[in-house]
Design a protein around this ligand. Structure first.
Ligand SMILES: [Zn+2]
Length: 228
């Protein structure tokens, strides 16, 4: 195995088998650049490729950070809705983008089966979009739109902070995903809503990003007017 990778042992919360997952050593993770929707690029291995874990025995898949946080009821839904159709297959060891995409899509399918909250679906969809971006695959935009739909639902129906996501970062993601998927009117609206929110002031960096993207979206809006 690649030097930057290591195995972690744990017990699958669904089938209770002892399993292994592959992780990236944190000292091997050096960020080289960042996109305006917080997609990170790394000098070496990109740890995003390893964030979706899969149990090879039962087909349970989830983001590593919440893999073990499963209620009995949710585990039961996976046992009846996924495991009977699962053909044993390992996602351990070095992954390329395609294998990572398969792991994330399994995680997405699992979230749908357990009727997970929109914030969780948004998190997986945005990562699938980023992986497609790394491949320069147009399907990126389908998943940016899915992520946008789930961030909007999170904003309307969940109580902030949702895990590490605060209200203003959620607003930023909505605005930026509107911009990236070509709806500049909504992007301008959400960026200005964020910039003028009194509560957002504490997060100076985020407001600064929002201001830059607000002008960019305005410019896109002007350009599209000139063309049409
Ligand atoms: Zn399992």
């Amino acid at each position: 195995m690649n030097d930057a990778l290591y195995s972690k042992e744990l017990v699958c919360p669904v089938c209770k088998n002892k399993i292994e997952v592959t992780k990236v050593k944190s000292k091997a993770c050096v960020v080289s650049s960042k996109d305006t929707d917080f997609c990170l690029y790394y000098e070496g291995i990109n740890p995003i490729l390893y964030e979706a874990w899969v149990c090879e025995y039962c087909g349970y898949a989830a983001l590593g950070e919440r893999f073990e946080e499963l209620t009995d009821k949710q585990a039961q839904k996976i046992k009846t809705g996924i495991s009977p159709y699962w053909k044993s297959r390992s996602f351990n060891g070095e992954r390329n983008i395609d294998l990572a995409l398969e792991a994330y899509k399994l995680a997405l399918y699992n979230l749908q089966k357990i009727e997970a909250k929109s914030s969780e679906l948004a998190k997986v969809c945005i990562r699938i979009a980023w992986l497609y971006r790394m491949k320069k695959d147009e399907r990126e935009y389908d998943f940016l739109k899915h992520a946008l739909r789930f961030y909007l639902d999170t904003y309307e129906n969940e109580k902030f902070p949702v895990n590490k996501l605060d209200e203003y970062t959620c607003m930023y993601m909505i605005a930026e995903l509107y911009r990236r998927t070509g709806n500049v009117d909504e992007a301008v609206l959400w960026f200005s809503r964020l910039i003028t929110s009194p509560g957002a002031k504490e997060n100076k960096v985020l407001v600064e990003y929002a201001r830059e993207q607000y002008y960019l979206a305005k410019e896109q809006k002007e350009n599209s007017k000139q063309i049409s």
